[in-house]
Design a protein around this ligand. Structure first.
Ligand code: NAD
Length: 459
């Protein structure tokens, strides 16, 4: 099968290579995970919690090295990579605490004849598939709760960024995780191996983060064995700025919601709806901040915007912007790709965009902010909801009651109200409509890797 070569998106240099697992090797890994499950599910919650807590400590101590590894394979700016490691480590701390809080329920039957005892059990072998955009955090957000619940894990990392996944597995091993409980697999292309795993009857849980297209395909493959699925898929977040918003706060929030991770986040603000009264002020302040971003190698101290992960992603973003301009949008800044070998794209603001433009209906996943002018916020709710996705939305208003009413009306799993960042290991993260099924993080994240068992009893 050969190796998978990992290339630095900033300069095209070879960073490293990892083994390309065959279909047979992946199925053999599932058998190992199945054997390991017998012992791992019986470990004490405290023991599982302490392994995760030790892994948290190691990740925090080794934050810099891990951040540099992420920059080398993903391209993001070092400050973003440091933030990702801190965020990723928090999933281990949170789920180390959840491991000892696995709850049940005991109630008398309504007719008084017996008792309803409810307990939780680990689902079994979990296949966790992660994307390239947050190679550490998307891994720990799945591996943390799976291990806390007592599941064994096959972690299928993205072929662009497998080194971070291997580094996290090594940290868990040093924290005391027994052999076979977590294995990283890197089949490339992944389709046949993942299909074989879902058909094997060994994998009982699929936790997937990635595009809606692949998520939908995997749901159909999981259907034949009724594999339990959690899906964190694409986003297309509206960022709504009301006439009564604090515009400086909205610009700060917009920079985080749009530019965290260079725009390559499922939570990224994808469509800016700005009330007519504040359009000029917001646009001029936002364009000033976006134009000041410097594209370059994520390790260089002057860089504030890293390259996209690959040439494929760069040309995808370029085409989206070109098409928007053909459809009538006006570029107020950016709209240019950096020359090879760097896969960069300048921070771009597009004015004069309309709801039917293709850039509004798709996930940009890059540093491009299209702005739509709206005359009436409440009457525009159908526009905010008028896409297939429903992961997150952002609202800026000084009237908190109005903000809560809007939050209630928006068809998304999460809302940032006067905040440009919603991600929190303690909160249930996830979307509605084509953004996914289930939640990660919080207590829900643990329950996603557990089955409920009910015992009808009497004594
Ligand atoms: P992707 O769907 O192409 O790939 C995701 C993972 O699936 C990778 O590991 C990839 O190797 C694997 N994969 C690809 N084709 C497959 C197949 N046929 N069978 C099995 N596995 C396959 O997505 P991407 O481009 O890596 O990531 C970007 C997408 O992820 C965006 O749509 C983004 O919104 C989404 N995302 C969502 C969340 C969330 O929590 N909702 C978080 C991060 C990213």
């Amino acid at each position: 099968m050969g190796n998978i070569q990992i290339v630095n998106p900033a300069n095209g240099s070879l960073v490293s290579a990892v083994h390309n697992h065959s279909v047979q090797e992946c199925v053999a890994a599932a058998e190992v995970a199945s054997t390991a499950f017998t012992a791992w599910r019986k470990t004490l919650p405290r023991q599982r919690g302490e392994i995760l807590r030790t892994a948290f400590d190691i990740m925090v101590a080794e934050q810099e090295a891990l951040a540099e590894l992420i920059v080398s394979e993903n391209g993001k700016v070092l400050s973003d990579a440091r933030a990702e490691v801190a965020y990723a480590a928090e999933f281990f701390r949170w789920f180390s605490e959840e491991a000892v809080r696995i709850d049940g329920d005991l109630r008398q039957a309504p007719n008084g004849t017996n008792w309803l005892a409810v307990t939780r059990e680990p689902v079994g072998v979990a296949l966790c598939i992660t994307p390239w955009n947050f190679p550490a955090a998307m891994a720990t957000r799945k591996v943390g709760p799976a291990l806390a619940a007592g599941c064994t894990v096959l972690l299928k990392a993205a072929h662009e960024t497998p080194l971070t996944a291997y580094a996290i597995a090594d940290i868990l091993k040093r924290a005391g995780l027994p052999d076979g409980v977590l294995q990283v697999i890197t089949p490339d292309p992944p389709g046949d191996a993942v299909a074989a795993l879902l058909a094997s009857g060994i994998v009982r849980k699929l936790s997937f983060t990635g595009s809606t297209r692949v998520g939908s395909l995997l749901l159909s493959q999981a259907a034949s064995n009724i594999v339990n699925c959690s899906m964190e898929l694409g986003g297309n977040a509206p960022f709504i700025i009301c006439d009564d918003a604090d515009i400086d706060a909205a610009v700060d929030g917009a920079m985080i919601a749009k530019m965290r991770n260079g725009g390559a986040a499922c939570t990224a603000a994808n469509r800016f709806y700005v009330h007519t009264q504040v359009l000029d002020e917001f646009t001029s302040k936002f364009v000033k901040r976006m134009s000041a971003l410097v594209v370059g190698d994520g390790m260089a101290p002057t860089t504030t915007l890293g390259p996209l992960v690959s040439a494929v992603q760069q040309s995808r973003v370029s085409s989206l912007v070109e098409r928007a301009i053909t459809e009538g949008a006006i570029a107020l800044c950016g709209a240019s790709a950096t020359p090879a070998p760097m896969h960069g794209y300048a921070a771009t603001v597009l004015a004069g965009v309309q709801q039917h433009h293709s850039i509004i209906q798709q996930e940009v996943f890059g540093p491009v902010a299209p702005i739509i002018e709206v005359q009436d916020i409440e009457e525009s709710i159908p526009l905010f909801n008028g896409v297939d996705h429903g992961l997150v939305s952002y609202i800026y208003t000084r009237n908190h009651g109005r903000g809560m009413r809007l939050a209630h009306a928006l068809e998304t799993g999460m809302v940032g109200l006067n905040r440009g960042l919603v991600s929190d290991p303690a909160a249930p993260f996830g979307g509605v409509k084509q953004s996914g099924l289930g939640r990660e993080g919080g207590h829900d994240g643990l329950l996603a890797f557990m089955e409920t068992k009910y015992v009808s009893t009497d004594w």
